[in-house]
Design a protein around this ligand. Structure first.
Ligand code: NAD
Ligand code: UDP
Length: 342
């Protein structure tokens, strides 16, 4: 099949493009590289089954030739990215989503929306299943992302009801892995890079807030399953193993062997206190279940960052070889240490 992937130059999008190419699909990647990295898709450029259209999908979504499916992933996703691009985030969630829906409708194609666990906001129900309506501050700083995604779900549902478009909604929970930008500000990339560089791990708040982390290969398998299905959703996709942010810091430090310390910083406004998906629906309807544990997923992620040509390799070698050489601070701080005044 021929699949249009908006946001195909990003972290998840590039893994999705790769998985689709690997199974013999044709892929048209639409991206403006506002938060993506062209290096993510450079390896596919020589592949005749891969087409790159550099475009802002909030303005237009034009694809030459046929389209059998549209995976709509374009949107800033990391909090620093969407907080720094509030209007673009609202635009791509609203106009961008409608443009992508129109493309799917014109071609009678399957449409899959990459929504988010953020539609549940700071949840009052735990864990979160798809029947929960959420607890979102509509004018808080995160609303530019949360409400854009909630609108994108609403318009997707409206196209299904009123235009007979074959739509599906997935709600993605925190996902990590190779190709995250080293300085995208998300917790896994931040902790791994900080540990490798021997810089303090920046824990926000007291670090007791929780997230449930899914490895990218598992998540992409779920997106592909949804593309192949007629399931309308919403369907949660995530790994239900829940960790506190402090536990994550601890695991990254253990895995890298880094002696970097943990430093406490103020908790961002409206930062959700806990998050864990119920994934019964994904299993029942798509046969999907995550297979990669946090230990294995983090190890692959650390190895990928360490292999980047920007110095992390040497850092990891130094840490694992026990030669600190100024890379790692000499004074480890116990993880339970009292938070520094913020
Ligand atoms: P990312 O920032 O790496 O990728 C997003 C891609 O969209 C980038 O390549 C960016 O350049 C592109 N883009 C943004 N605005 C665009 C526009 N107007 N026109 C064209 N391209 C545009 O983020 P990601 O983590 O890969 O997230 C992909 C999608 O999955 C997003 O929709 C995000 O909301 C959703 N999601 C991700 C996670 C996660 O943990 N990674 C969790 C929940 C939801
Ligand atoms: N976080 C943190 N240190 C960082 C980055 C994030 O403690 O350097 C926390 C953040 O406050 C949140 C959790 O880690 O509680 C997950 O943050 P991320 O930005 O990865 O995703 P999201 O908030 O969108 O779930």
């Amino acid at each position: 099949m021929r699949v249009a992937v908006t946001g195909g130059g990003g972290f998840l999008g590039s893994h999705l493009c790769e998985a689709l190419l690997r199974r013999g699909d044709e892929v048209v990647c639409l991206d403006d590289f506002s938060t993506g990295d062209p290096a993510n898709i450079t390896p596919f450029l020589g592949n005749p089954a891969f087409t790159l259209v550099r475009t802002d999908v909030s303005r237009s979504v034009g694809v030459p030739g046929t389209v059998d499916a549209v995976a709509h992933l374009a949107s800033p996703a990391s909090p620093p990215d969407y907080l720094g691009r509030p209007l673009e985030t609202l635009a791509v969630g609203s106009r961008g989503t409608e443009n992508a829906l129109r493309l799917a409708t014109q071609h009678d194609a399957r449409f899959v929306l990459a929504s988010t666990s953020e539609v549940y906001g700071d949840p009052e129900v735990h864990p979160q299943d798809e029947t929960y309506w959420g607890h979102v501050n509509p004018i808080g700083p995160r609303s530019v992302y949360d409400e854009a995604k909630r609108f994108s779900e609403a318009i997707t549902q409206a196209y299904r009801t009123h235009c007979a478009t074959n739509t599906g909604i997935i709600r993605i929970f925190n996902t990590y892995g190779p190709r995250m930008r080293p300085h995208d500000g998300r917790v896994v990339s931040s902790f791994v890079v900080q540990a490798l560089a021997g810089e303090p791990l920046t824990v926000y708040g007291d670090g007791k807030q929780t997230r449930s982390f899914c490895y990218v290969d598992d998540l992409v398998r779920g997106i592909v399953a949804m593309l192949d299905h007629d399931e309308p959703g919403p369907v949660n996709l995530g790994n239900p193993v829940e960790l506190t942010v402090l536990e994550l810091a601890e695991r990254v430090l253990t895995l890298t062997g880094s002696r970097a310390e943990v430093q406490f910083h103020p908790l961002p406004v409206d930062d959700p206190t806990r998050r864990r998906p119920v994934i019964d629906r994904a299993f029942a309807r798509l046969g999907w279940i995550p297979e990669t544990g946090i230990e294995e997923g983090l190890r692959r992620t650390v190895d990928w960052f360490a292999a980047r040509p920007d110095g992390f390799t040497a850092a990891l070698a130094a840490i694992r070889g026990g030669q600190q050489d100024g890379v790692v601070p000499a004074r480890p701080r116990p993880l339970g240490a009292t938070p520094a005044a913020s």
